[in-house]
Design a protein around this ligand. Structure first.
Ligand code: ATP
Length: 289
């Protein structure tokens, strides 16, 4: 085999709590991560020249060593002194800088694909250890499914998977940097935090209605203050029948969870009629292990 295509799946957060700022500048978090079907395609091919080539169909994504997928390839090339090179082509469907971990998913796809192409025979756990050195969300993107993420996001525990839950994503056409959100978060002043253990119980029971009501993302305290549009979208999704609606990660994407395909489809068609945002109909993703 000298080429492979890996689906790099996006994630949403069903709960996001920030516990403290660490001395190294990172934050300790407690979040529930959920893979969704929305994915980029990452095409990998072996090349004879010992180098990394990278391209992306979206011009605003870096096509050089700044791309996190490039960094993932470089880590493996150096660590295992690989004697061939790799060509990476990314076809983007995941909105960029949107709170959906698109970059981390691309890096995870490169690690998984190169493990196959170079017959490195690394176990998933070893790939996750390497992933952690590239980005806090990369280990989750390697594993996927429904997980509790602690530490800086890299300590993962399994949660009973949420299968085939219909989701509408709404990405307002604004840019919100993750660094800005964390910088402006006042951890001492957070009033409403998610009851993460209770939410895990709801997920395990498949109680979508109460899950929708109980979801909390503390980072909304920062973004909603500056971008009223995030609240507007949340309220619209609820009016259109979502069991719950929340911002994913550091935003600005907002998602709604729906009872079934029909209600999700209807809501999608209604909310998609506004050029202030882009909408995507998707569902939770689960892979049999
Ligand atoms: P997270 O939820 O992990 O904060 P995100 O979904 O908010 O991630 P990304 O889509 O990963 O954000 O992009 C963040 C930044 O990283 C962008 O500004 C982009 O220029 C840069 N970047 C580097 N490599 C990639 C990549 N492969 N895909 C998308 N963005 C990338």
């Amino acid at each position: 085999m000298d080429s492979i295509c890996i689906k790099a799946r996006a994630k949403i957060n069903l709960a996001l709590d920030v516990l403290r700022k660490r001395e190294d500048g990172y934050h300790d978090v407690r979040m529930i991560m959920q893979s969704i079907s929305l994915h980029d395609d990452v095409f990998l091919s072996l090349i004879d020249e010992k180098s990394i080539r990278i391209s992306c169909d979206k011009v605003w994504v870096p096509s050089n060593s700044d791309n996190i997928a490039y960094k993932a390839a470089k880590v493996l090339m150096d660590k295992f002194d690989l004697q061939k090179g790799i060509d990476i082509k990314i076809v983007k469907n995941i909105p960029v800088a949107a709170g959906l971990a698109g970059g981390s998913a691309n890096a995870a796809a490169v690690l998984k694909g190169m493990n196959e192409l170079f017959s490195l025979n690394l176990e998933q756990e070893e790939l996750m250890q390497i992933g952690k050195t590239i980005g806090a969300d990369v280990p989750f993107c390697i594993k996927g499914g429904t997980m509790l993420a602690e530490g800086i996001g890299e300590i993962l525990s399994d949660i009973e998977p949420l299968k085939n839950v219909d989701i509408v994503l709404v990405k307002p056409k604004i840019s919100v940097s993750t660094a800005w959100v964390y910088k402006n978060l006042n951890i001492e002043k957070i009033v409403l935090r998610p009851d993460t253990d209770y939410i895990i119980g709801l997920i395990e029971k498949g109680d979508l209605q109460n899950l929708g009501r109980k979801m909390v993302n503390v980072l909304e305290t920062v973004t909603v203050k500056k971008y009223e549009i995030i609240n507007e979208i949340k309220e619209k999704l609820i009016k259109l029948g979502a069991f719950g609606s929340m911002m994913s990660g550091s935003g600005p994407t907002v998602f709604g969870i729906f009872e079934n395909k029909l209600t999700a489809q209807k809501a999608y068609e209604e909310i998609n009629n506004d050029d202030r945002w882009d909408c995507i109909l998707t569902e939770t993703f689960y892979e049999e292990r």
